[in-house]
Design a protein around this ligand. Structure first.
Ligand code: NAP
Length: 316
């Protein structure tokens, strides 16, 4: 199989394309012919070695979490899927999505939304799982509540705006001026251009502030939270996570974080239903060929992507 690999940590130049043996599915694994993968910021953070303590010491590493493709072989204990099924999902720490073939755990994957192309399906898993788990499980967002999404034009933000609307919230999206129309088109009730206005100094109070960028803190936002409001950040470390939890014991407002989005077949099935019902769609900025993986990472690292970057695999 062809794969984008790294043999050392570093900048985008450590990425290379090479031939590797095609893996064989064991147990409840599926072998997927990957049609598209997607780039997430965590991929280049992994490439830089930021999470090296939790990664296996083996080289080469095939990066990439999100993928969509077709099952071409199943392990002896696989029960949920068969050869020919179109699936999508998010790999855990084993990664491996930037390849023409990937073995995945069938317990964490789901059938691709029928109305979505493989390209669209690959763009969905991590951003959708993150947003859903934040809004539903961590913030416990209720219909009629006010949600503010900071970074509303990025991957996670574009998902959070749409899922916030599906969950019945009144949604405000914060983005740069060039992305206001995009965020409105996703269903945001209100948009704020962060170049013109600082929402933390405004009069509106929010039940949930979801920071999808990492440039805000609970302290900065608590003035614009309702008395029982929740601030959720996607960028934290274990120390910040624990400190927030301990301090929350002594106050009504909550400082909450998501450390990692968890793979979940049930959540992916729910997301596929939303896509097929026409309520939810991925925003895709650009497609890159697998051979252009360095350019895709460099673009993601600018922090200016509008929605997702997807990687098209070469034909077999
Ligand atoms: N903990 C977890 O489980 C988890 C899961 C997924 C992602 N994450 C993290 O979440 C972060 C976001 O991920 P992503 O996939 O959404 O990234 P992304 O798609 O690369 O985000 C790019 C977006 O950020 C926006 N942005 C940049 N500066 C901004 C600012 N000052 N205010 C508002 N928006 C700003 C940009 O909009 P403009 O061009 O309009 O400024 C752009 O649309 C990353 O750090 C990622 O690692 C964590």
């Amino acid at each position: 199989m062809q794969a984008a690999t790294i043999h050392e940590y570093g900048d985008a130049s450590v990425l290379r394309i090479e031939e590797l043996p095609t893996p064989v599915p064991k147990g409840a694994q599926l072998l997927v012919k990957v049609h598209y993968a997607a780039v997430n910021p965590v991929d280049w953070k992994m490439r830089e070695g930021r999470n090296r303590l939790v990664l296996s010491p083996r080289w080469p590493k095939v990066l990439g979490h999100d993928l969509a493709g077709e099952v071409i072989a199943v392990g002896p204990r696989a029960k949920r899927f068969g050869v020919g099924d179109a699936v999508y999902g998010m790999q855990g720490l084993s990664m491996g999505a930037y390849a023409t073939h990937a073995v995945v755990d069938e317990k964490t994957f789901a059938k691709k939304p029928e109305s979505a192309t493989f390209r669209e399906a690959a763009a969905l898993p991590m951003i959708s799982l993150t947003s859903l788990q934040v809004l539903r499980n961590i913030a416990r967002l209720e219909a009629g509540q006010r949600l503010l999404v900071n970074g509303a034009s990025g991957g996670v933000g574009s998902a959070a705006v749409q899922l916030g609307k599906i969950l019945g919230a009144e949604v405000t999206g914060v983005c740069s001026g060039r992305n206001l129309e995009l965020v409105r088109s996703l269903g945001a009730d209100h948009v704020v251009d962060y170049g013109q206005e600082d929402f933390t100094q405004g009069q509106v109070r929010y039940d949930v502030v979801f920071d999808c960028v990492g440039n805000l803190s609970f302290a900065q936002c608590r003035r614009v939270l309702t008395p029982r409001g929740v601030f959720v950040s996607v960028t934290t470390n274990a120390a910040g996570f624990v400190a927030g939890r301990v301090c929350n014991l002594f106050r009504r407002q909550r400082d909450a974080q998501i450390l990692v989005a968890l793979p979940s077949a049930a959540d992916l099935q729910w997301i596929a239903q939303q896509v097929d019902a026409g309520r939810y769609r991925p925003v895709i900025d650009r497609s890159f060929a697998l051979s252009e993986i360095r350019a895709a990472h460099e673009y993601s690292e600018t922090g200016r992507a509008r929605g997702k970057l997807v990687i098209e695999m070469p034909p077999a």
